[in-house]
Design a protein around this ligand. Structure first.
Ligand SMILES: [Zn+2]
Length: 184
């Protein structure tokens, strides 16, 4: 199977993934806490309050929920299903394992919230999926951005205007992969 077939297959799986995400968020909505309520001081310095009021976290004791991609017809991405993950973001809400509730991980997931907001659901999923297929988890462009900004957050060396910075980088990632979807 070439990569265009895989992208086409991924596109056809989108409605299932979208539905799965909505069901998971709906099923946990009573446990979702606005980030602003957690009182992390540095998050309040670097992110605007509207974002911290809108974004939510759900703390889980076991694995963070991940879509059953092999059951949805995408066994190519099934290695992600079994990967131990400390956090994962769906739209404006992220799940964090209770052992990993650091301000730094919350920062990382908030980068993803801004990416989701910038791209919208379908384009986020497409960009994330293509990045995984091309580069693997850690080096996929949306993760790479979140990890490198997290390192700069930890080093207290963030660029100014972080939300605009993330939006511009996210746009650039989308522009680099959008031609792929025109060919399929
Ligand atoms: Zn991440």
């Amino acid at each position: 199977m070439d990569s265009f077939d895989l992208i086409r297959k991924f596109q056809s799986t989108l409605p299932l993934v979208r539905k799965w995400i909505d069901d998971v968020l709906d099923g946990h909505k009573d446990q979702a806490t606005p980030i602003v309520n957690l009182g992390f001081p540095r998050l309040q310095q670097v992110f605007p309050s509207e974002l911290l009021e809108k974004a939510r976290v759900i703390v889980v004791s076991g694995k963070v929920p991940f879509p059953p991609l092999s059951r949805m017809g995408l066994p190519e991405l099934s290695q992600m299903e079994n990967m131990p993950m400390s956090g994962i973001t769906y739209k404006d809400t992220f799940f964090i394992n209770h052992a990993h509730q650091s301000e730094s991980l919350h920062f990382h997931e908030l980068v993803h919230v801004v990416q989701w907001e910038k791209l919208g659901v379908d384009n986020f999923l497409l960009a994330y999926g293509v990045g995984l297929m091309q580069f693997g988890y850690r080096d996929s462009p949306l993760e790479q951005m979140a990890y490198s900004l997290q390192e700069r957050f930890d080093a207290k060396n963030l660029p100014h205007g972080i939300v605009e910075f993330i939006r511009q980088k996210t746009d650039a990632i989308w522009n680099s992969i959008a031609p792929l979807f025109e060919k399929v």
